[in-house]
Write a protein that binds this ligand. Structure first.
Ligand SMILES: [Zn+2]
Ligand SMILES: [Zn+2]
Length: 199
């Protein structure tokens, strides 16, 4: 047998073992599949936050953004929307009554100053977008409020319509690795806050 034949056989054996190994691993961890289109899914979507695992639907990013588009368009209140940060596994809407005193009063403060027209397209604005570049202030927000975490450096919220808000969320998600365990959009007519949540 020539040296080339030996190399070929060794290579074939290696490729075959790798293929078998991958097949076994895939069986152990079946990839999540988008419930809507069958593409790979790295997002869990639910209509209302934390209603139990069974209600979370696996979706790909495109199908997730379609659902969020519908949620943000039909929502009847006004909300502060904090940019999603990759380090926090959930990105949820919670109505005002579900937040502590600090967030409730800051929510009123921010919405009172919300401009009437969308900064990007001029439609009616119902969302106050807040940039968040790091997870630490967002993680602290539920306890200490919005003013002490994300509005400290003279940052101003950006007034946006539903479509432009979801577009910004989509842009943030598209540059992040991984995914989210649970994402839900605003529901009902009570004002609220959309924000990254850890465990
Ligand atoms: Zn999909
Ligand atoms: Zn707009």
């Amino acid at each position: 047998m020539s040296i080339y034949q030996t190399i070929l056989i060794v290579a074939a054996v290696l490729i075959l073992s790798a293929a078998i190994l991958m097949a076994v691993m895939r069986k152990k961890h079946p990839p999540k599949v988008c419930a809507q289109c069958g593409k790979g899914s790295s997002y869990g979507y639910s209509k209302v936050a934390e209603t139990g695992d069974g209600d979370i639907i696996p979706l790909c990013v495109d199908c997730l953004l379609q659902r969020l588009d519908a949620d943000y368009l039909t929502y009847d209140g006004r909300a502060v929307v904090v940019q999603p940060v990759a380090e926090l596994p959930c990105y949820l809407f919670r109505p005002k009554a579900d937040w502590g005193e600090a967030v409730r009063s800051d929510l009123e403060f921010v919405l009172a100053g919300l401009e009437e027209r969308c900064h990007s397209c001029g439609e009616e604005a119902r969302y106050a977008w807040l940039n968040a570049l790091e997870p630490a202030p967002v993680a602290k927000l539920p306890k200490v409020g919005i003013r002490q975490t994300l509005l400290t450096a003279g940052t101003r919220p950006v007034a946006l319509c539903a479509r432009c808000t979801v577009r910004r969320i989509g842009h943030s998600l598209s540059v992040q690795e991984g995914g989210y365990l649970e994402v839900c959009g605003p529901q009902g007519s009570e004002d609220g806050v959309v924000c990254g949540i850890g465990y």
